[in-house]
Each structure stands twice: as structure tokens, then as C-alpha cells.
Design a protein around this ligand. Structure first.
Ligand SMILES: [Zn+2]
Length: 177
């Protein structure tokens, strides 16, 4: 019964095409913007201490720089805190953030200081590390981005079942008075 004039069909097609063109123009640019803004804001939100590589080199010893900034690993059974059982708090060597309590340190027999829990989960950032052909979870200081070590799920017999395997070189220690 209804008769649509050819002119109306042309109008409908024109507006449909217009909407399509607008969508295809705006959607990708919005996506691109959100990706860029996410990437742009991540370091500012999570890395509170931001220094140039030159500044880190001046602050840290060459060994500390290699571990904290270049993700090197202490040789097993060589670190200062591997067999260290004093009471106190382990801090980040890069920025002094309190990371682990001595009460959560345990002897995992792996050759590195091992903790089953951090002081505060917000102080430790965990990211997937697929380097060296392995699937591991890397542990970083949330404040300065310093590499601390890795966390594994073989902390057998501990309250969390986790083993934060940390380089002594990444740590400082504040002894309990
Ligand atoms: Zn730090």
C-alpha cells in the first residue's frame, strides 16, 4: 500500500551513507585515542619515582643498576640476604619503599631471599615475563619500577603458597630496634 518515492529512497540511502562515513571516521580515532592515553598515563600512575638512566647510574652501584634497571639476576647463594634472619623490614634499594617483613621470609633452599607475602600488594607490581623461553611473573617495585625478582607458586607449606624470589641486590634492610 505504501509507496516510497525514488527521491525518499535516495534520501534514506544518503543519510545511511553519511552515518556510516561518520562512524567509520570517528570510531577508529576514538579507539586510537584511548589506547594512546592509556599508554601515556601508565608510567605516571604507577611509577612514582621517575629518573633518567643517567640519574639511576649516579645513584646505584653498577651491580645494583644491572639488577634493578636492567633486570639482571644475582647468582644463587651469593646474595647478602640469602641467609639473613634478622628481624626487620626489607626495602627497595632504588627508592626505599618498604616491601617485605622478615616474618614472611622463609628458607626455600633456592639460593635467593624468599618471602611468602609482600607488606602491601600495591607496593609490588607483578607482570608476565616471557623472556628466556619461560613463562614467569616478574616482580617490580611499584614506586620506582625497579626489578626485584619473580614470584612463583611453589612456596609449599607457607600461608600463601607463594614464593617471592628476590635479588638481594634489589633490597636494603631496616633492622628492628
Ligand atoms: Zn623502588
Amino acid at each position: 500500500m505504501q509507496y516510497i518515492k525514488p527521491q525518499s529512497i535516495f534520501t534514506i540511502l544518503f543519510f545511511t551513507a553519511l552515518v556510516f562515513v561518520q562512524c567509520s571516521n570517528t570510531v577508529p580515532s576514538n579507539v586510537a585515542k584511548s589506547v594512546l592515553s592509556t599508554n601515556d598515563s601508565t608510567p605516571k600512575d604507577t611509577m612514582k619515582v621517575i629518573k633518567t638512566e643517567e640519574e639511576w647510574k649516579q645513584q646505584l652501584t653498577p651491580k645494583e643498576y644491572k639488577v634493578l634497571r636492567e633486570k639482571a639476576t644475582d647468582r644463587p647463594y651469593t646474595g647478602e640476604y640469602e641467609s639473613h634472619w634478622d628481624s626487620g623490614i626489607y626495602v627497595c634499594k632504588g627508592c626505599g619503599t618498604e616491601l617485605f617483613r622478615s616474618e614472611t621470609k622463609f628458607d626455600a633452599g633456592c639460593g635467593w631471599p624468599s618471602f611468602y607475602q609482600g607488606i602491601d600488594s600495591s607496593k609490588i607490581t607483578e607482570i608476565v615475563d616471557k623472556s628466556m623461553g619461560m613463562y614467569r611473573v616478574e616482580v617490580l617495585c611499584s614506586k620506582c619500577g625497579g626489578h626485584l625478582g619473580h614470584v612463583f607458586t611453589d612456596g609449599f607449606g607457607t600461608p600463601t603458597g607463594l614464593r617471592y624470589c628476590i635479588n638481594s641486590t634489589s633490597l636494603g634492610f631496616k633492622k628492628k630496634e
